[in-house]
Ligand binder design. Structure first.
Ligand SMILES: [Zn+2]
Length: 214
């Protein structure tokens, strides 16, 4: 890792932090937004960002068809595969995102709202990959690009004032990145999603240079 990148990451962590993102129009103290508010806002703002970005490319963003909360193992199947607990995933068959709401709310409680604002844009990153028909040799490349897309999405939303970043702690952001799951691989396995350092670096690239750099 270069020094410049390390400095960028430190800056990113100071800026974003774990509990970092609240809507500026909220007059309440940090954390006053409900979990449901944060999930809804993360989805709405992320799709608004991609819609605008696709327009700049003279392409049309195709919104996801559904955004499905589930509990335990009761989630929707994807291509014949059952949903698993403690996960969030994008399903290309049907073009939807599903998430274990109990797991995500527990992360929200333990790590702050930053977790929701990392996981949901990460999954939307996979929805964008499907639309751009991006090919990858390795799963880890796809995952790191989704992290990069999440960083680029969030920095754009903070830059436009749609979201406000607050200071927080590095471990929380890192845990949020590590928690961004997918059903088809073991997300605790660093080989599947990249090491923590790779994921943070990829997120930072998106954050500093935008989704076009991903
Ligand atoms: Zn993923």
């Amino acid at each position: 890792m270069t020094l410049v990148k390390r400095i960028l990451i430190i800056g990113l962590v100071l800026l974003l932090g774990g509990c970092g993102l609240v809507r500026p129009r909220s007059m309440d103290a940090q954390g006053a937004d409900s979990f449901e508010d944060d999930v809804r806002t993360a989805r709405t703002l992320t799709e608004a960002f991609w819609k605008q970005y696709f327009q700049q490319l003279n392409q049309t963003y195709r919104p996801i068809t559904d955004f499905v909360p589930y509990s335990g193992n009761s989630g929707p199947r994807c291509g014949g595969e059952p949903a698993v607990s403690n996960n969030a995933f994008y399903c290309p068959v049907g073009h939807f995102i599903a998430y274990d709401q109990d797991w995500m709310e527990a992360l929200w409680n333990e790590m702050g709202d930053g977790s929701v604002y990392v996981i949901i844009p990460h999954e939307f990153g996979h929805a964008v990959q499907a639309q751009l028909q991006t090919d990858f040799e390795l799963n880890v490349q796809m995952e790191l690009q989704a992290d990069c897309y999440a960083g680029g999405t969030l920095s754009s939303l903070v830059g436009s004032g749609a979201l406000q970043a607050q200071s927080g702690d590095e471990d929380e952001l890192l845990l949020s990145l590590e928690a961004a799951g997918d059903p088809t691989d073991d997300w605790l396995n660093p080989a599947a999603h990249g090491t923590a350092e790779q994921r943070q670096a990829s997120f930072a690239t998106g954050w500093s240079d935008g989704v076009g750099a991903c």
